[in-house]
Design a protein around this ligand. Structure first.
Ligand code: HEM
Length: 185
C-alpha cells in the first residue's frame, strides 16, 4: 500500500459535505454533494470525479522556513476543525519551464507564500499533494487540502485573497475552490 497516495472522491458518499463549489479559473468540476478521502487509488462507483495526488518532499522551503513551519503547524483531524477546503490547482506551461531557482523567487521572494501562510498557523492545518508525476493525464498539478474551525473561516478567506493577489497566482490556469464541513460521526 502506498501511504503517500490519496484519492479525493466527489459523489454522494464520504465524511465531508460540500457546502460551496466555486470555479476561480479554468474548466469547472461537476457539482457534488459529498467527498470521500481514501488512501490509495480509490475508484468510487457512484462518483462524479476522482482527484489523485501524492505527498512528497518539499521543493522550495529553506531550513529557517521549515523550522518555523514545524514549530507552528498542527496536523489534520483536529476535532474542532470541522471546516475544510479542497482546492485543486493547475499551473501554466510557462511556470513549469522555469528553473527551480526562478520558481522559488516567484513563490517566496515575490509572493511571500510561506511568510504569509505562517501567519495563519496553527489555525489552518494543511496537506499538499502533487499530481504531475502520476502521469500525463492528471487534470491538476496540485491537490491542496486545508482544515480549520468555523471561527477561522474569515481568516482562511483572507489568506486566500492574499495568495491569489500574488505574482505566483498569475501562473494558475485552473483552480476550483471546494468548501466542506465534516459530517458528525
Ligand atoms: C495555511 C497556510 C499555508 C502555509 C503555511 C503554506 C505553506 C506552503 C509551503 C511551505 C509550500 C512549499 C512546499 C515546498 O517547499 O515544496 C507550499 C506550496 C503550495 N501551497 Fe501553500 N501554504 C499555505 C496555504 C496555502 C493556500 C491557502 C493555498 C491555496 C490553494 C496554497 C497552495 C499551495 C500550492 C499550490 C503549493 C505548491 C506550489 C508549487 O510547488 O508550485 N497554500 N505552501
Amino acid at each position: 500500500m502506498n501511504t503517500r497516495l490519496f484519492s479525493f472522491v466527489g459523489g454522494n458518499t464520504g465524511d465531508w459535505r460540500v457546502t460551496h463549489m466555486t470555479t476561480i479559473i479554468g474548466e469547472p468540476l461537476a457539482a457534488v454533494h459529498r467527498l470521500n478521502i481514501a488512501a490509495e487509488a480509490a475508484i468510487g462507483a457512484s462518483s462524479e470525479w476522482v482527484l489523485r495526488g501524492i505527498t512528497s518532499n518539499e521543493r522550495y522551503v529553506t531550513r529557517d522556513e521549515k523550522n518555523s513551519l514545524v514549530e507552528k503547524q498542527e496536523g489534520l483531524g483536529r476535532p474542532a476543525s470541522v471546516c475544510a477546503a479542497l482546492i485543486p490547482i493547475k499551473k501554466s506551461p510557462a511556470w513549469w519551464t522555469l528553473t527551480q531557482d526562478e520558481r522559488r523567487k516567484i513563490f517566496e521572494e515575490q509572493s511571500t507564500h510561506v511568510k504569509t501562510g505562517l501567519k495563519f498557523l496553527p489555525a489552518v492545518a494543511r496537506r499538499l499533494h502533487h499530481c504531475r508525476d502520476l502521469g500525463p493525464d492528471e487534470p491538476f498539478d496540485f491537490i491542496t487540502w486545508f482544515e480549520y474551525a468555523p471561527a477561522d473561516s474569515a481568516a482562511f478567506d483572507d489568506l486566500l485573497a492574499q495568495l491569489r493577489a500574488s505574482p505566483e497566482w498569475s501562473y494558475v490556469t485552473r483552480e476550483i475552490d471546494i468548501r466542506l464541513e465534516r459530517i458528525p460521526a
